[in-house]
Design a binder for this molecule. Structure first.
Ligand SMILES: N[C@@H](CCC(=O)N[C@@H](CS)C(=O)NCC(=O)O)C(=O)O
Length: 199
């Protein structure tokens, strides 16, 4: 299997953490940028990373939550098969991805020429980022400080927020999340997949 990757992508990083934590046999391939097509991300018609190519006989998987769920299912699944724990894990994963999406979308607003900036939309993304980290601060005590289907998405999103939206100062808004996040920094999969030029 091949995972099409870009080192800075918080969505691809989730998949790499799962691959490493479970020692799965997946080759990680850097996808090249391909102009208006997005990334040359193997069999992903959306031109986005990550994409998991499972070989000729199996359908490729794209959109990182699906890839994460598939990879997780291959060995000692973290995601509960049924019951309320399953929904809680999906919720955490979705909150993490939603945060990463808000930061990613904000980035594509501010990276344009200044005269093309749309202040209301930038504020909409900033508000989403602040609201999500505050929401997380109230519930993070229920999330254990080890890799899980939920925590992997939240950790990747928080690091991406540091990288692309440090003006938000999420640690001040969410001191409980800040403490929680520290526990992951020592994990080998965290360190080997961390690709940002920030602390
Ligand atoms: N919902 C997708 C989002 C993936 C995504 O937005 N990836 C970005 C990199 S972080 C990308 O490939 N962007 C290229 C493009 O859209 O042109 C997922 O979870 O996999």
């Amino acid at each position: 299997m091949k995972l099409y990757d870009s080192p800075l992508s918080p969505f691809a990083r989730k998949c790499k953490i799962i691959i490493e934590a479970k020692d799965l046999d997946v080759e990680v391939v850097a996808a090249e940028k391909d102009g208006a097509n997005g990334y040359a991300a193997g069999p992903n018609p959306l031109g986005k990373v990550p994409c998991l190519d499972r070989g000729e006989c199996d359908v490729p998987l794209f959109d990182s939550p699906l890839i994460c769920e598939y990879l997780d299912s291959l060995k000692d699944p973290w995601l509960a098969k049924e019951g309320e724990d399953r929904w809680k894990a999906y919720r955490m994963h979705r909150i993490g991805d939603g945060l990463a999406e808000a930061v990613y979308n904000r980035r594509y607003e501010v990276v344009r020429d200044q005269k093309l900036h749309w202040p209301d939309i930038i504020e909409r993304h900033d508000t989403a980022i602040r609201t999500v980290v505050s929401y997380l601060d109230d519930i993070i005590k229920y999330v254990p400080t080890n890799w899980s289907f939920g925590s992997v998405a939240v950790v990747c999103a928080l690091d991406y927020t540091d990288f692309r939206a440090d003006h938000i100062g999420w640690r001040e808004l969410a001191p409980n999340v800040s403490e929680w996040h520290k526990a992951f920094k020592v994990l080998p999969e965290y360190q080997s997949t961390f690709a940002y030029d920030v602390n």
